[in-house]
Design a protein around this ligand. Structure first.
Ligand code: NAD
Length: 394
């Protein structure tokens, strides 16, 4: 029998379960490109329920406890005295979500001799030290595609929020004002702008498809070029590298994984090479950008706006400068944990666990690390053994 440590974000301060705004979530038929939805043998929750917090336990409690496994669910994840760190020494499986990441550093992996499987309930496994997982033969898996569309929708929203100056305009209403000129002085149409994505994987491509009807000029870069037919269909211009891309756009949306090639890519120098008044939306990972370089570029006017939902560390301290920098439209890390997305990644987590306990292979597309090397999606999107990938990892 296995011991599973599940690290999830805390319950709503208003109590659990919440009063739901709607009575359910639509069932989508599948993912773009034909990948099928998660297919566990059963579900012990109703799609649309809040399962990503501690009381929700990803809907896994009955399934795991009836099979005789030990389940520990906690949100106490940081520091040597945290419950997560106390439970690690005899944990067989760790599950956490990028929104409330249980940082599985090399040091923590060394303290977990029984650990064999680390599941990311969501997408993006940079909170796990992949080199250490490779060295120890730990399998790392995530629920590929589960929240890709959710994130693409959030990026569309934040691009529009920045370009159209939504947040300050909303604030004038709440404050009792009607200051049209103050709102309009920083508001533009997206139509006609050059819009680029840094990485056109599942999320980046979904964003390109959603932005095409806005009559913008689309651009992208990716280490793997899209098929010619897709470039033609989307009328999107390929750039061989990020340097060429950022010079050509007014709006840039970041969708690459965090790994040594992308760590701190957006520094003072790269930001200075962008058009004055560019907008950046980053729903990928915070450490792709240099924190203080973003603040300085907003203060100087080099950037007209920055938005996204990813921070470092998570949760960020109360005095994190991104909370108060000018012209931002940040949210907490929520784009991929809508109730719609939770239903899919909770089901995918259960599918992985069912396969693992039955000794069946985990779907190739869910794999990041397996058999002591990058595997599946991990092989396509990450690099290993190339040095620093995160302030939290080494
Ligand atoms: P994906 O694997 O489908 O696509 C990633 C793409 O990045 C690939 O096409 C890959 O070739 C490209 N890439 C990798 N390194 C690159 C580099 N140095 N330069 C250019 N391109 C590079 O992944 P996805 O599902 O589109 O997700 C992308 C990232 O978004 C995830 O790794 C994760 O960090 C983040 N994400 C965030 C949330 C959220 O809630 N904010 C949710 C899901 C995923």
């Amino acid at each position: 029998m296995a011991k599973i440590v599940l690290v999830l974000y805390p319950d709503p301060i208003s109590g659990y379960p919440p009063v739901y705004a709607r009575d359910g979530v639509p069932v989508v038929p599948g993912y773009p490109g034909g990948q099928s939805l998660p297919s566990p043998s059963a579900l012990d929750f109703t799609p649309g329920e809040l399962v990503g917090c501690v009381s929700g336990a990803l809907g896994l409690r009955t399934f795991l406890e009836q099979a005789g496994h030990q389940l520990v669910v906690t949100s106490d994840k940081d520091g040597p005295d945290s419950e997560f760190e106390r439970e690690l020494p005899d944990a067989d499986i760790v599950i956490s979500q990028p929104f409330w990441p249980a940082y599985l550093t090399a040091e923590r992996i060394a303290k977990a001799p029984r650990l064999k499987l680390a599941i990311t309930a969501g997408i993006g496994s940079d909170h796990v030290d992949l080199d250490a997982a490779i060295a120890r033969g730990i399998t790392v898996a995530e629920i590929t595609y589960s929240n890709s569309i959710s994130v693409a929708e959030h990026a569309v929203m934040q691009i529009l929020a920045l370009v159209r100056n939504f947040v300050p305009s909303h604030r004038w209403v709440v404050d009792g004002g009607w200051n049209i000129a103050d709102c309009a002085a920083r508001a533009y149409d997206l139509e006609g702008m050059d819009v680029g994505v840094m990485a056109a994987g599942r999320i980046g491509q979904a964003l390109l498809r959603r932005l095409a009807p806005f009559a913008v000029n689309l651009h992208y870069t990716d280490t793997r070029r899209l098929p010619e037919a897709v470039e033609r269909e989307l009328n999107v211009t390929f750039h061989p590298d990020v340097h060429s891309l950022v010079r050509a756009v007014d709006v840039l949306s970041i969708h690459a994984p965090l790994h040594p090639q992308t760590y701190h890519l957006f520094d003072d120098k790269l930001l200075a090479s962008m058009r004055r008044g560019s907008y950046i939306v980053n729903t990928a990972r915070a450490e792709i950008c240099v924190r203080d370089a973003i603040v300085a570029a907003l203060q100087s006017g080099q950037l007209a706006g920055y938005a996204g939902d990813v921070w470092y560390p998570q949760p960020p301290p109360a005095d994190h400068p991104w909370r108060t920098m000018p012209h931002h439209a940040m949210t907490p890390h929520v784009s991929g944990t809508t109730l719609s997305a939770q239903a899919r990644y909770a089901a995918g987590t259960r599918e992985i666990l069912e396969d693992w306990f039955a000794g069946r292979p985990i779907r190739e597309e869910y794999l990041i690390v397996a058999g002591g090397q990058l595997a599946g999606t991990g092989k396509e999107s990450y690099t290993a053994g190339a040095g620093k990938a995160s302030d939290g990892q080494r």
